[in-house]
Design a protein around this ligand. Sequence first.
Ligand code: ADP
Ligand code: TMP
Ligand code: MG
Ligand code: ZN
Length: 230
Amino acid sequence: MLLFFSFFSIISYDFKLKYDIIFINFRELIKLNYKGNEKGWVETIVGPMYAGKTEELIRRIKRMEYAHKNYIIFKPNIDDRYSDCEIVSHNKKAMKAIGIDHGSEIKRHLKKDVQAVVIDEVQFFDKSLVKYLKELADNGYRVICAGLDTDFRGLPFGPIGDIMAISESVTKLTAICSCCGEPATKTQRIINGKPAYYNDPIILVGEKESYEARCRNCHIVLTGSEEDDK
Ligand code: ADP
Ligand code: TMP
Ligand code: MG
Ligand code: ZN
């Protein structure tokens, strides 16, 4: 009798275990289906000018090509330095991109088979971009952003702080300081051979003629505005 009961309890325990596993899997399945079985995320690349942000974007895009993933690249129309339909690095590596003025335009360009959304120069968009990036990730897209973490004054640039906050991964790159050769974390704006003033306009699309990479020690911001010094 005792033998029969122990045999029965082993069988029923075993059945319960299996049942629980089936039940858990079923629950997981419902959960996944409810979420559309999609897992997206946001990864962000930041740093000063010349740090290699656009190069790193291009590297990640090339890896997607090896993985046969479909992607779409955006850039803000305001940045027309090299091209208005490409993202271009300082050493002239380029990839085709769609120029947009506002984050709300992203959705209308998405095709059914796109898995990743890539955006360069995110600092130029307004803060509403954060909402659109979050929506994309929530809907299963891999979102890859690149942009300046700080402006020429060394302060957070546009929506970048919020974008970094909602990102699953943030990569901070450094350039080489043009004064001392140490890693550069800041961008120095130079106007007529002089450091720019704190009150100068934040947006000034440009290149080597107006900007240098600098470390914290060598980075200079003149206080006030040029008018005050006249
Ligand atoms: P970002 O998008 O961050 O401005 P890019 O990817 O467009 O940078 O360009 C990076 C490239 O810039 C480097 O590979 C290098 O060839 C060049 N470069 C020019 N000046 C510097 C510098 N001071 N430090 C590092 N790289 C520099
Ligand atoms: P990059 O990071 O790909 O080199 O491009 C940065 C762009 O941002 C470049 O066009 C210069 C511009 N910019 C500003 O408008 N204001 C700033 O304060 C800084 C540092 C750069
Ligand atoms: Mg760039
Ligand atoms: Zn330095």
